[in-house]
Design a protein around this ligand. Structure first.
Ligand code: SAM
Length: 239
């Protein structure tokens, strides 16, 4: 998979080369390009923004600069992702869909965002998603790109040491994952639940499922409402 990011703060994307992502890069599992949007400006001030039509506070990112940048960076198999608080929510399902793409391009907005015609124009040639990472407003799209890329890359074959861990994570079966424990057995008077030390794997699986159901019910009941027909058996429903 190739990932390209267009931004006015390329240095903000340094973490794409660290830790798990850095290892994926070194092993050739992904390619990453980070581009300075100002390379596509033509004026002496290298301006990327202008006042909004219709008045109001803030500045809007100019369509000419973004249009030229995306013309150069996007290709035949690009899916363009534009982070914005006004986008569709980024979810594990979307991360999975992105993990199946050959080329992702991210357009990082700043100020009041990017002139809408940039998105409308790109959508005439390629799939474009306006995506939000949560119901809050960041200063720019770079932090959102770090979140999205990390969620996607860890799903690529060969990236995680043990692929089963991604299969058991929160959201893979529509539920939050329950609590985890490691040694020692007792820490500050708090003991690891006995069932996890029983060696009875059927019991452990049932306990983990119950914990996931209870946690989801208390913290994210909206997820339970979204579960597909037949996702819960009789026992699940009693929990
Ligand atoms: N005026 C915009 C609005 O109210 O929808 C907010 C613009 S925000 C200050 C600047 C940039 O930060 C956006 O263009 C986007 O790239 C990024 N951004 C802010 N919050 C975000 C979120 N929740 N998810 C994804 N991107 C976000």
């Amino acid at each position: 998979m190739r990932i390209d990011v267009v931004t006015i703060f390329p240095e903000y994307l340094q973490p794409l080369r660290a830790a798990l992502l850095g290892r994926a890069l070194d092993r050739g599992l992904i390619e990453i390009g980070v581009h300075d949007l100002r390379d596509w400006t033509h004026d002496v001030h290298r301006a990327v923004d202008d006042a909004p039509y219709g008045g109001g506070p803030g500045m809007v990112m100019k369509p000419q600069v973004w249009g030229d940048a995306l013309d150069d960076v996007c290709g035949d198999d690009t899916r363009l992702v534009v982070p914005t608080p006004a986008g569709r929510p980024f979810t594990q399902d979307l991360a999975r869909a992105y993990a199946g793409q050959r080329h992702l391009v991210f357009a990082c907005g700043r100020y009041e965002g990017i002139d809408q015609r940039v998105i409308d124009d790109a959508a005439r040639r390629m799939p474009v998603d306006e995506v939000s990472i949560g119901d809050y407003v960041l200063v720019g799209g770079e932090a959102a790109v770090l979140v999205i890329v990390e969620a996607v890359v860890r799903l690529l074959p060969g990236v995680l040491g043990n692929p089963v861990s991604a299969e058991q994570d929160s959201f893979s079966d529509g539920l939050l994952e329950g609590p985890s424990y490691t040694r020692p057995e007792v820490w500050r008077d708090l003991a690891v639940p006995e069932v996890l030390r029983s060696g009875n794997h059927a019991l452990i699986d049932r306990w983990r499922r119950d914990q996931a159901l209870a946690r989801t019910y208390h913290r994210r009941p909206d997820l339970l409402e979204r579960l597909g027909e037949g996702s819960l058996d009789e026992h699940d429903r009693r929990v």
